[in-house]
Design a protein around this ligand. Sequence first.
Ligand SMILES: [Zn+2]
Length: 120
Amino acid sequence: MIQRETSARMPGSAPTPAGGPVRTCIGCRKRGLAVELLRVVAVDGDEPGNGARAVTVDAARTLPGRGAWLHPDPECVRAAIRRRAFGRALRITGSPDITAVVDRFPDMGAVDVPRQRKNR
Ligand SMILES: [Zn+2]
């Protein structure tokens, strides 16, 4: 008697590929493993109450709220800034303060960061 083994495993249909969950980088729009991407979240800005938002790097991945994902690559950060992807991905109206993110990339050089105007 011959027993045929019917494989229940369908290659390519796994919910999460080997290596863990996949996220899309808001800079280059390419997908990458979550473990290889940087998570950024929206937090309250320097002046709570005026609705200003800031974007910070969630290194421990424990901050609550909507997050966006980015390759730890200056090119991706630059692309995200250029396309205003931070505000869109994090549902921020206006331009968020992303200096905390840019500060993570000291070798990024000069970048056109839309800083919050504070002279009022
Ligand atoms: Zn990227």
